[in-house]
Ligand binder design. Structure first.
Ligand code: SAM
Length: 321
């Protein structure tokens, strides 16, 4: 059965569906969800590339970061990396080329969560933006949940009942929409609990609360669909066949980390973060190659990573002592 049909049946039976439920089914329905079905969403024939897939040099730089942190902890025997939402596992492969002996566990959707706390690094590259969220609208009469209703053969938005605002939400004028960030905050809290000692590295599309409140970024919310390498703001199209993302509320993640007792390095752009990482040896290690041709390719990748994608992505570094 088609996922759109299945969602339509649920709406017919239960009434308009909160958007979070729609996103959850669209991405993670056990058989037909976008990340679960057999079709490979990543790569040339898929719908998008992540940082890691575009740029093997990205993995080399992350390997330098992991190695630096390992040394800072005094190279303890139990040092390990937990990657949350690894997808096809490109980052692990790239890092292993530089640090073959690294103890690395990847936990993707539906995998069992590690049974005991770890010392080392938790890495989340484009994980938080794939978590289902509520879409909410500020009205003259408080906040309202947004849902999905049937229209003809497709889906349309419908305003649902009132919801209580969360302190973490940006405070915006009536008429504006945002996404809730409770699933992002809950995922971070769980990660904080799992880390005994070490660092959490979050790399993702995102914003600071003030960008929404004062600079008016994303007046209609940040939801975006991706299909065949094209972005489309109509996230209700073809559920299960397109990726859906929501930008990450980095201010909410920072607050949650502080509450959990972690040290927070203020959020920075991927550009500044990677420039800082490569600075000590002018990127020499990340650009090592066997031929001039391979070296040129790596230099081009580095340029895209820093100047092409570097402003879009944000980086949050958290430390537990
Ligand atoms: C945009 S992909 C990023 C993949 C990879 N990190 C990369 O950079 O190439 C998001 C990944 O997060 C995974 N994911 C979503 N929810 C998850 C959850 N609750 N626990 C673990 N992984 C999850 C998805 O299955 C998917 O593989």
């Amino acid at each position: 059965m088609d996922l759109a049909q299945l969602i339509a049946d649920e709406i017919r039976a239960d009434g308009p569906m909160p958007f979070r439920r729609f996103m959850e089914l669209a991405l993670y329905h056990p058989r037909l969800g976008y990340y679960v079905s057999q079709r490979d969403p990543f790569g040339t024939s898929g719908d998008f590339y992540t940082n890691a897939q575009l740029q093997p040099v990205f993995g080399r730089l992350l390997a330098q970061q992991v190695d630096l942190w390992r040394q800072e902890l005094g190279c303890p025997e139990e040092f390990s990396v937990l990657e949350v939402g690894p997808g096809r596992g490109e980052i692990e492969t790239q890092v292993r080329e530089c640090i073959p002996e690294i103890d690395w566990t990847g936990v993707d959707y539906g995998d069992p969560w590690p049974g005991r706390p770890l010392t080392g690094v938790v890495l989340c590259n484009e994980f938080f933006d794939a978590l289902p969220v509520d879409s909410v609208e500020r009205t003259g009469d408080g906040w309202r949940l947004r849902g999905v209703e049937l229209r003809g053969n497709g889906f349309c938005w419908q305003t649902l009942g009132p919801v209580r605002a969360d302190d973490a939400w940006p405070d915006v004028q009536p008429g504006r929409r945002i996404e809730s960030c409770d699933s992002q905050v809950a995922a971070l809290r769980r990660i904080c609990e799992t880390l005994r000692r070490g660092w959490i590295l979050v790399i993702d599309y995102g914003y600071a609360r003030t960008e929404i409140e004062r600079a008016g970024r994303f007046p209609d919310g940040s939801l975006m669909g991706y299909s065949r390498h094209r972005a489309d703001p109509d996230v209700l199209l073809e559920p299960g066949r397109r990726d859906i993302t929501a930008h990450v509320n980095f201010s909410a993640l920072e607050d949650a980390a502080r509450e959990a007792g972690l040290e927070v390095t203020p959020v920075t752009s991927q550009q500044s973060y990677l420039l800082g990482l490569g600075e000590p040896d002018s990127f020499a290690r990340a650009l090592e190659a066997e031929s001039e041709r391979a070296a040129t390719l790596l230099r081009m990748q580095l340029k895209t990573l820093i100047f092409g994608l570097g402003e879009t992505f944000r980086v949050l570094v958290l430390r537990k002592r």
